[in-house]
Design a binder for this molecule. Sequence first.
Ligand SMILES: Nc1ncnc2c1ncn2[C@@H]1O[C@H](COP(=O)(O)OC(=O)CCCC[C@@H]2CCSS2)[C@@H](O)[C@H]1O
Length: 383
Amino acid sequence: WGIRQGKEFFPLSASASSMLTRSILKNYQPIVCLRKISSTGFRSPVKGGIILQSVSSDVYANLAVEDWIHDNMDLKDRHVLFIWKNSPAVVIGRHQNPWVECNLKLMKQRGIQLARRRSGGGAVYHDLGNVNFTFFTSKKKYDRIENLNLVIKALRTVQPELAVSATKRYDLVLDGNFKISGTAAKIGRTVAYHHCTLLCSADRSLLPAALKSHYHGIKSNATTSVPASVKNLLDVDPALTCEAVMIAMATEYAAQHQIDRQVKLVDPMDEAVFPGIGNKYTELQSWRWIYGKTPKFSVSSCFQLVYQQSRVNVKLHMNVVNGVIESCSLDLADRYLPAEMCEKLQNNLTGRMFCPDEIESALVEADSGDLELHNNGISYVKR
Ligand SMILES: Nc1ncnc2c1ncn2[C@@H]1O[C@H](COP(=O)(O)OC(=O)CCCC[C@@H]2CCSS2)[C@@H](O)[C@H]1O
């Protein structure tokens, strides 16, 4: 932050800047003082807006900023645009099932994070070639079409011929067909936000691969995603880079809301700016939030046991609540496996988190030594 006087700019110290940002994010009062200090130039309105851009590409940190602004800022007569990008991640909607929506195995291998956001809707892939915009307003002023029109306007300042339009689902598509942006929203009691993605130069092979589940036999009422053919803006025009699009958006947003177009860079982990953000960050990364918030589901899986040199087909049915196996039953074609072993397997699985390592250990623990497991769906392959 600094004070502009005519053409001169006097930067504030780091600590003053940080204090000012904190105050601005909470309530805009110090701006009034600043207006008094600088008699010329600095025209930050008391009522108005601010453009923030994250310096972090940590998906949990950026989602924590959204939470923080939603929970802490007084957005009556004020609005905020938050611009952010993430390292590779799949971001699922509030009411989704990660085992249905993504390829957890591939994601683990490729270091792709999994995050659950607070807004509803489907699962999307993020990387540094995908930009996200979050539009915060009061609940009254919340208007997704207005925001999407602003994105379209910004894109056309870079490429005037761009055949981009909004759909009834609030996607942005190119040539009426290829999705470049997906939308979701969270509407609170008084505050709301609409956030959307924008594909500039994302990895076109990882995007569909990360969003393809390798699990079968899951039944649930969780929100399912709506797959689409996607395109990167950079493939249409090399001028449409993430950076160009971010600048165009900030310029357009500032013009529309008549605010300073200067973008304020923020570090999500700066507790001086976002007091208490660490707790939000920790929660967003937790197993309890990412997996545990999955709406209850059931899963049936067939696998083969090799017991005393014979193969037995087994059907395992599990009910999973809050990500934990609440009950399960083993269905054996014949009564080949000793009843105690069946019971032990069932008991061992009940109460476990629904994740391959946990299931594997449950099965290994139940095994007296001569059991082998082969599976084609869920990976309970014995090590
Ligand atoms: N990054 C990105 N952008 C646009 N479309 C995508 C993306 N990744 C995947 N997809 C396609 O959209 C569908 C899912 O569409 P669906 O309509 O089901 O879901 C969405 O669009 C949700 C958008 C959430 C936006 C938030 C903004 C900040 S954090 S995430 C998926 O199967 C792919 O075909």
